[in-house]
Design a protein around this ligand. Sequence first.
Ligand code: AMP
Ligand code: GLY
Length: 430
Amino acid sequence: MRLPAKVNVLLIGSGGREHAFAWKIVQSKRLQKLLIAPGNGGTQELGSNVEVRTTDFGSLEQLVLRNNIHMVVVGPEEPLCKGIYDYFRDTESVQFIPVVGPSAAGAMLEGSKDFAKAFMDRHKIPTAAYRSFSRGTIDAGYEFLASLKAPYVLKADGLAGGKGVVIAATLEEARRELGAMLGGKFGKAGERVIVEQFLEGIECSVFVATDGESYKILPTAKDYKRIGEGDKGPNTGGMGAVSPVPFADEAFMKKVRLRIIEPTIAGLKAEKIEYKGFIFIGLMNVGGEPQVIEYNVRMGDPETEVVFPRIESDMVDLFEAMALGTLDSYRLEVSPQVAATVVCVSEGYPGDYVKGLPVSGLETACGKCLVFHAGTTVIDGQLVTTGGRVFAATSLDDTMDAALRKCYAAIDKISYQGKYFRRDIGKDLL
Ligand code: AMP
Ligand code: GLY
């Protein structure tokens, strides 16, 4: 099977990641028409936004049929964990429309940390030692915590919007947190809690595209999760990113490939889990040895905003190869340039923030820079904020320093009330 020479693509999601997907997709020589559900203020310049929820599979099916869509590309984890791949595979009217993304069983690698840890154990993939607890075994949890050294890592099993990981500095705090999590702090997501060994090192993200048999390693990236400069304050969805990561050199990536990527793909295959999508592996470099912190079953945000601009080969060809199982013969071409992105957020984020604030200055900011919209919409012709993360300003250059300078110059031109961003993205790597 092969798709037509020109294809109509439905992209699902509404963040900066999806704006970056859309931006790459429209550069494809294969594209005829792009729809984005629901999209944002940036994607509407590249295709048609359609007001359909990402988990309303029945409406997405109708959208696909009405618009003669040839391929569905999924950005965020929620529809994947809820089984969008399986829905299309098992629904007669759309069963031949490929969905780029894993099956619900594959999405468990992100949807259940307990599943992911057990999967890594089964396939001998290096990760922090752990145990998992439920309300009925909380006393064993307290005992396990007492056997560990500070700091303590606790993770809600299910999806918790990026907030489900707590690093407790003292045993006291860890005990309190275990009680709170199992007591319902994260709802259903926290019915099971993973307690694991703290890994000391420096993080990076590795992105893999797979068709379930072969794989391609996309550019590496490092993101900056904390709201404050110097990695202080609460975790966010991500405040910036750079690609490539200098320490992820050939020797390190060889270890990642042999110890992590290949056993992961072989493990999925051995367990008969359908996976034609992206695997985002969060890694800790512990003295030169890679250990898995987490799997995500999609691209990262804002990592996509630095990874995709470095990919020079055709994106629709890539998606097709992933979906149809021909990735082996796809040639991935990557730019040697450095990419950086800096995210502008709303005042108050990651806590409460005001929405609907008018944005200006975008026209002049975009010159040497790509400004990906993360949380914007257009109301009565006026661009306004809708999200905690509002924009990601991305630049490419020969050095990280030069790329970052262009990002900051672009951000200076964008204004909305309460604009906040970190001025130290990439500094730890310079
Ligand atoms: P996650 O939501 O799984 O990405 O975790 C959030 C952050 O917690 C990670 O990016 C790490 O900085 C940190 N983290 C998670 N697990 C560990 C661990 N075992 N040791 C040290 N830090 C961790
Ligand atoms: N930037 C981290 C994530 O996408 O989960």
